[in-house]
Design a protein around this ligand. Structure first.
Ligand SMILES: *Cc1c(COP(=O)(O)O)cnc(C)c1O
Length: 468
């Protein structure tokens, strides 16, 4: 039976092409193969008057698009902090697309609302965060930082007798904003979007690992008066280091400040009995921004804005309009918790991942990636003239070759060309370094060994051609 809505052969073709793409992941060059020119030559056809057959459009994408992809969903991609996708989360994401639910309010998708209600509870349980906290399902940690800081802005100004949603910031009591010198750039963007401005940010110095210096923080916060928001970090993008959260929380709360923690990937340490001590005190914060598409390995895009004071969270995000058929309060309207209106049902892949993994599965995922990062560090630092610059506390490893910026850059570029694995470079405290992030659920000990061997091979060749 054919049906107007479904083009079965097209969808099966897409599924086959997707499965084929994933099947080749283990053997492919991890980097992209096509240049911009090649992609433009193949894809930049004149937009036709009458359109094209759907299967031809799909075939064109499959034929060349794949060469323009990065193998970041495979087990030997270690660039930035980029997770892969658990099979169950890919499958649930396909279903989410086919269901095509507008997930803003309960009235337009009961299942999207209920799944996010359950996923919220599971996340709080798993990460050992306060039960009364609320979770907004957003596109990533950028929007999670924005959402949490909007709730913070609401609460600290409410406490000063100012309704920022109604009155805005013009004429508002000034808000003290204290962040780490190592705060992620998305904290700055969030502050900009919230009308605070980056020049208003007071930064606290960090140590050799990128952690806020607790003494400096205590001095900074002791001197403030009035509404105050503090941003700490769990999981530095370079080193994986975590701020001294217990001391920061104690000092911040002594001044009635709101403590936000950017914990895009670091928050997941709380799900593991063996790693939880790394984020000691994280549960004392007032809000937490985290990602699903990093450590949890759900597909893009997925982030979590978690706020202890759910009334502040809702007040900063909710909207009303006569036509909306909002609920009486028992059912969840997702747009109360996120800065989006119409959006995909992105809680579904998270629900599927958490349910399939269970508590032990998530803890094991956390422990495994930490162990693989340590394995990387152990293999690489055995080689003379290779130095691991950071304490490997989570999934991040920073490596420097021959104590030389040029040689380190050469090794990074050489590894990217060689294709066994992919990783990037960074500048850490004035020195160039290779940055390894183990974020993929599928990365095995063998993958790490193969990748470390490739890195050392490139290092030895580079050291010969550019002896320094
Ligand atoms: C990745 C990251 C972000 C940004 O997250 P997106 O999901 O890319 O928006 C923010 N903070 C930290 C510490 C990160 O690692």
């Amino acid at each position: 039976m054919t049906n107007r809505i479904v083009n079965e052969s097209l969808l099966r073709r897409a599924a086959d092409a997707s499965i084929d793409f994933l099947q080749k992941m283990d053997d492919r060059h991890v980097g992209a193969r096509a240049t911009r020119d090649e992609l433009l030559r193949a894809l930049d056809v004149p937009l036709s008057q009458d359109g094209e057959d759907a299967s031809r459009v799909l075939d064109a994408l499959v034929a060349v698009g794949e060469r323009g992809t990065i193998g970041s969903t495979g087990p030997r991609y270690f660039g930035f902090v980029i997770g892969g996708s658990l099979p169950v989360s890919v499958a649930a994401d396909w279903l989410t697309t086919a269901w095509d639910q507008n997930s803003g309010i309960y009235a337009v998708s009961p299942v999207a609302a209920v799944v996010e209600e359950i996923a919220q509870r599971w996340l709080l349980e798993l990460l050992q965060l306060p039960k009364q906290a609320s979770v907004g399902f957003v596109t990533g940690c950028q929007m999670a930082n924005f959402t949490c800081l909007a709730a913070a802005r609401h609460a600290v100004l409410r406490n000063a007798g100012w309704n920022v949603e109604e009155l805005g910031l013009i004429g508002a009591p000034p808000v003290n904003l204290i962040i780490s010198a190592e705060a992620h750039v998305t904290i700055h963007t969030a502050m900009r979007m919230l009308g605070f401005g980056t020049k208003r940010l007071r930064t606290v110095a960090t140590d050799g690992q990128g952690r806020m210096k607790a003494d400096d923080f205590e001095r900074a916060v002791a001197g403030v008066e009035g509404p105050t928001i503090v941003c700490a970090q769990a999981g530095n993008v370079n080193t994986g280091a975590v701020d001294p959260l217990r001391r920061i929380a104690t000092a911040a709360h002594a001044r009635n400040a709101w403590l936000h923690v950017d914990s895009a990937f670091g928050l997941w340490a709380a799900a593991s009995d063996t790693r939880r001590e790394v984020v000691d005190g994280i549960d004392l914060a007032d809000s937490w921004a985290s990602d699903g598409h990093k450590w949890l390995n759900v597909p893009y895009d997925s982030g979590f804005a978690i706020v202890r004071d759910s009334a502040a969270h809702r007040a900063s995000m909710t909207v009303t309009a006569s036509y909306l058929e909002q609920t009486s309060g028992i059912e969840r309207d997702n747009f109360d918790w996120a800065p989006e209106f119409s959006r995909r049902a992105r809680g579904i892949p998270t629900y599927a991942a958490l349910r399939a993994l269970g508590r032990r599965g998530v803890a094991d995922l956390v422990d495994r990636l930490c162990a693989r990062a340590r394995q990387f560090a152990d293999i690489l630092r055995r080689e003379p003239r290779v130095v691991v610059l950071n304490d490997v506390v989570l999934n991040q490893v920073l490596v420097r070759f021959g104590d030389s910026d040029d040689l380190t850059n050469d090794v990074v570029a050489g590894v990217q060309r060689e294709g066994t694995c992919w990783l990037g470079g960074t500048t850490w405290q004035g020195k160039r370094a290779m940055r390894i992030s183990v974020s993929n659920w599928a990365t095995s000990e063998e993958d790490v060994k193969r990748s470390a061997d490739a890195i050392l091979r490139v290092f030895r060749e580079s050291a010969v051609t550019s002896p320094r």
